[in-house]
Design a protein around this ligand. Structure first.
Ligand code: F6P
Length: 545
């Protein structure tokens, strides 16, 4: 398989980078009044302006060549047709099947998985209806008022992010809580807010072996039994979402109360499966199905749009351009929506667990950069925290700005303020402020020359800092589904070009292994000497404290 830096286009891109690296976007806009139209895309009601990037038409041509030379289209086809592209775990990667219509077969090893997918969706629909309509009650006959999802990583971040994003669609649904951290404070503080009689616990774990989740689940069960005093009541208050029926049964949850998914769904791509049960309970099954429909719309776009107008491909190529040629090590995701507060954290797992890899699919080490650090916060909060560095720091951070054109609250004045900030920030990052402009500004404000000279360097903004602007008409379940799938496919394209496996996560194993070895050493008072001096020193300090 080809590594990207063996492709002819890679060398051309390196040369091209040297040709254009000193061009300023200000000048590019000044010399080309059509720049916005040239670098603007819309599909499925998602609008992407990527004109404020350090690119020319030639950059995009060369990046498209890279895509062709790394045989992206074949790789897309392989994913959608169920080939085992997660080669280190010998698995297909088919989260796209979870949002596929029932009558379009998707095969895994010769078997159509769609009947199973829709059987579980039907089961979810029935359960969600019962819970939301008070037909499924707790042991004292009371309606479910609280749902506590216990899970971590993909079994937490996706459903939590979407549940919050769609919280305004929760019409009389239960209050949702998410417990992930093994820090006892997380569960304990949640239990203080609920009462056992009206609480449903969802134990969400693909493997049903994850230490943190199993620990929290056992603690939650003990707490519940302290109140209910009868194991038979567990049935009304604990359900599971997993691929592992045996473990669910061993835990004491009736497999009838289990919602399955399959090993071809990666944890960080699982919110479309029964892992999305909290979303469905909170917003209703219709909204959940709209979310799936939106993702399917984006799947269709990704699969069929030519690369020049394929939004996930364009976003991925821009990210590769900055990572591999400008050596940018981080990228920021900045939603101008309080509803998308958890979107950056969700994408951190999506991108960093997928593309934070150093070995190629053929088992060699890469000699080029792969996945960048992803981080972010909602605007405008971020503006008053870290944007200083974005504007005047010494590193370049490519940014994605995301906003909904309309808001459910209909507070037009306040939304206009949010919009003005969204627009102003990308403009400021792009244009910056020259020495001349800074000087004139201070002059006009009547500042004495000696003060101007003292302040001048501080008032200059270099600009030329790249950003994508994503605009979506409004936050609906369907549009949110499109947005999430857009990033999922972007992640896929990056991994495909970098020739890495975006679907395994061996890097999380070592820490788990070592924690298993350390935990018993914390059980006694004797000093520990079996590790390096730092680890021993910290263990022994902890014992003393
Ligand atoms: O440790 C990483 C990881 O395996 C993630 O990939 C996954 O989303 C998370 O743990 C939770 O795993 P599970 O759903 O099996 O509990």
């Amino acid at each position: 398989m080809t590594t990207p830096n063996e492709c002819p286009s890679w060398k051309k891109l390196q040369n091209h980078y040297h040709e254009i690296k000193n061009l300023h976007m200000r000048d590019m806009f000044a010399s080309d009044p059509d720049r916005f139209d040239k670098f603007f895309l819309s599909s499925q009601d998602i609008f992407l302006d990527y004109s404020k990037n350090r690119i020319t038409p030639r950059t995009m041509e060369l990046l498209m060549e890279l895509v062709r030379e790394t045989r992206l289209q074949e790789k897309i086809q392989a994913m959608f047709t169920g080939e085992k592209i997660n080669s280190t775990e010998n698995r297909s990667v088919l989260h796209v099947a979870l949002r596929n219509p029932a009558d379009k077969p998707v095969y895994v090893q010769g078997q159509d998985v769609m009947p199973e997918v829709h059987r579980v969706l039907d089961k979810m629909r029935g359960f969600v209806h019962q819970v939301r309509h008070g037909e499924w009650t707790g042991w004292t006959g009371k309606k479910v008022r609280h749902v506590v999802n216990i899970g971590i990583g993909g079994s937490d971040l996706g459903p939590k992010m979407v549940t919050k994003a769609l919280s305004s669609f929760n019409n009389d649904g239960p209050e949702m809580h998410f417990v992930s951290n093994v820090d006892p404070a997380h569960l304990e503080n949640t239990l203080k807010k609920i009462d056992a009689e009206t609480t449903l616990f969802i134990i969400a774990s693909k493997s049903f072996t994850t230490q943190e989740t199993m620990f929290n689940a056992r603690q939650a069960r003990s707490w519940f039994l302290e109140h209910a005093k009868n194991e038979n009541h567990i049935e009304r208050h604990f359900v599971a979402v997993s691929t592992n029926t045996d473990r669910v049964r061993q835990f004491g949850i009736n497999p009838d109360n289990m919602f399955e998914f399959w090993d071809w769904v990666g944890g960080r791509f699982s919110l479309w499966s029964a892992i999305g049960l909290p979303i469905a309970l909170s917003t209703g099954m219709n909204s959940f199905e709209q979310l799936l429909q939106g993702a399917h719309d984006m799947d269709n776009h990704f699969r069929s749009a030519p690369i020049e107008s394929n939004m996930p491909i364009i976003l991925a190529l821009l990210s590769i351009w900055y990572t591999n040629f400008f050596q940018a090590q981080t990228q920021a995701v900045l939603p101008y929506s309080q509803y998308l507060k958890d979107f950056p954290a969700y994408l951190q797992q999506g991108e960093m667990e997928s593309n934070g890899k150093s070995s190629t699919l053929d088992g060699n080490f890469v000699n080029y950069a792969t996945g960048p650090v992803i981080w972010g916060e909602p605007g405008t909060n971020g503006q008053h925290a870290f944007y200083q560095l974005l504007h005047q720091g010494t590193v370049m951070v490519p940014c994605d700005f995301i906003i909904f054109a309309r808001q459910p609250e209909h507070n037009d004045r306040q939304h206009r303020l949010l919009m003005a900030n969204y627009l102003a920030q990308t403009q400021a990052l792009m244009t910056g402020k020259t020495e001349e402009e800074a000087r004139q500004e201070m002059n006009a404000a009547g500042m004495p020359p000696d003060k101007i000279n003292k302040l001048l360097a501080h008032k200059i903004f270099p600009g030329n800092r790249p950003s994508n602007s994503i605009m979506i008409p409004e936050l609906t379940p369907r549009n949110l589904g499109k947005l999430i799938a857009l990033y999922e496919h972007k992640i896929f394209v990056q991994g495909a070009v970098w020739n890495i496996n975006s679907f395994d996560q061996w890097g999380v194993e070592l820490g788990k292994q070592l924690a298993r070895a350390i935990e018993p050493e914390l059980d006694h008072d004797r000093p520990v000497t079996s590790h390096d001096s730092s680890t021993n020193g910290l263990i022994n300090l902890w014992k003393k404290l």
